[in-house]
Design a binder for this molecule. Structure first.
Ligand code: PHE
Length: 446
């Protein structure tokens, strides 16, 4: 079982791998359009407040669970407490699988857009035209499915390579590259004529539009972006050595993740306003506005290809994390062969990804709770199972592990006692209360 477990090779390696899991479509594709749908500046502030309070604290809590048990999410709860707690692990593993199946569809789009940047077919400055090209593509019954298949194959391929050399090595050079190109794009977007309005929308809070829905969206986005509430960080924590630092690494991962989201917002939203599009356009926002910017840039095709390629890679390091949650369960609990599990889960993921992709086109008539399959999977995981998982992790670490968790946190981290107390207070009181309030009100349960 856990005796010959692989481990990260260094603190930096872990930070980059965990940041690789955190930074993905959530930051660059999902964050800008969710911000656009939720009114801009106020959402950004609420989101950041949640990321650095509840998000960071939960990240620490999950890493503690993983590092102290050196086990998969279900096994970790079994080892620490037993009873009904392992159900939290099982829910996480199921959530990871469900997210993976729609995540790979969107990630497939980024692969397609990398190719289409080179062929030039998407680089048109007229927004309506880019929009209809995008819609024609995602509703096509075949083309996106091919790309989804390729993406899943890549994910499985990395997973076959294992933890340290595969995941860690890829993240080491991809994360800096992504950062750099984002900076170039921020500069281009902010210098567009009319960018100021978008900048104001993104940075000037207008709290009059804030509702429980806004809070739920911010909480869901914070969890999704930091890969919380579904076992991924428990899993990555389980590849830490027993006395590796947790606190500093968690802060670094959170900072990197938030920075990439803010940069993505600074790229997309000013451009949306400069081109006269609506910020609440939904999931197509990144795929529609960026090609228009690229079309007007010197070497636009090159930048476009580079951007979508890097986005695909960012998505890849996240998808690998999602798949890892499922793999580690079967390896740790069932002593299964890692490679076999990776292949089988890959096939099953594809089987769910196909209807998810088709739900945007020819199968859009089949709905669950008024949503097509892809939207329903997104809603169910982001707004229900991830916050619920986060809530239960907070209760578990704050109330069941209690002092043991505090001892785990200071083991390996030089951290000021006041911060330890703050963390414990957030995990015991703030996070559970806030999550319950937001879940109950956001879902309209009372
Ligand atoms: N955090 C990833 C993103 O922002 C998505 C993800 C969620 C990855 C959960 C792993 C686990 O794109």
């Amino acid at each position: 079982m856990a005796h010959n477990r692989e481990h990260w090779t260094s603190r930096m390696g872990f930070i980059l791998a965990a940041a690789g899991s955190a930074v993905g479509l959530g930051n660059i594709w999902r964050f800008p359009y969710i911000t656009g749908e939720n009114g801009g500046g106020a959402f950004l502030l609420i989101y950041l407040a949640m990321v650095f309070s509840i998000g960071l604290s939960l990240l620490v809590a999950e890493l503690i669970i993983g590092r102290s048990t050196q086990l998969d999410p279900a096994g970790a709860f079994k080892k620490l407490a037993g009873g009904a707690w392992p159900l939290v692990g099982y829910m996480g593993i199921l959530t990871a699988f469900l997210i993976l199946s729609f995540y790979c569809v969107i990630a497939g789009w980024t692969l397609a857009y990398t190719v289409k940047s080179v062929t030039g077919s998407i680089l048109v400055s007229d927004l309506d035209q880019v929009g209809s090209t995008f819609n024609a593509f995602i509703t096509d019954p075949l083309e996106p499915v091919y790309y989804t298949a390729v993406f899943i194959a890549l994910t499985v391929f990395v997973a076959l390579g294992g933890v340290a050399s595969g995941i860690e090595r890829a993240a080491r050079f991809l994360m800096p590259a992504l950062f750099l190109i984002l900076l170039v794009l921020v500069f281009r977007s902010l210098t567009l004529e009319g960018a100021g309005e978008g900048l104001a929308f993104f940075l000037k809070p207008d709290f009059s539009k804030v509702t429980w829905d806004t809070l739920l969206a911010a909480l869901g986005q914070a969890f999704f972006s930091l890969s919380l509430g579904m076992g991924a960080m428990i899993t990555y924590g389980s590849y830490l050595n027993r006395h590796d630092d947790i606190a500093t690494s968690a802060v670094a991962v959170t900072l990197l993740d938030a920075a990439v989201a803010v940069l993505a917002g600074l790229v997309i939203l000013p451009a949306v306003f400069a081109f006269g599009a609506t910020p609440s356009a939904g999931p197509g926002l990144t795929f529609i506005t960026l090609p228009s910017i690229f079309a007007q840039m010197p070497l636009g095709a090159l930048f476009s290809a580079l951007f979508f390629f890097l986005l695909a890679i960012a998505a890849l390091t996240s998808a690998v994390a999602l798949l890892e949650v499922v793999i580690v369960y079967f390896v740790d609990e069932g002593e299964a062969n890692r490679r076999k599990v990776a292949l089988i889960i890959g096939v099953i993921t594809f089987a769910l990804a196909v209807p998810a992709s088709l739900s945007l086109g020819i199968w859009s008539g089949y709905t669950i709770g008024g949503k097509g399959l892809l939207d329903a999977l997104d809603f169910f995981t982001n707004n229900i199972t991830m916050p619920l998982g986060g809530l239960l992790v907070a209760i578990f670490v704050g109330w069941t592990l209690r002092r043991t968790a505090v001892a785990e946190l200071v083991d390996g981290s030089a951290i000021a006692p006041v911060l330890v107390s703050a963390w414990h207070f957030i995990i015991r009181y703030v996070a559970p209360l806030a999550i319950v309030l937001i879940l109950v009100n956001g879902l309209g349960l009372i």
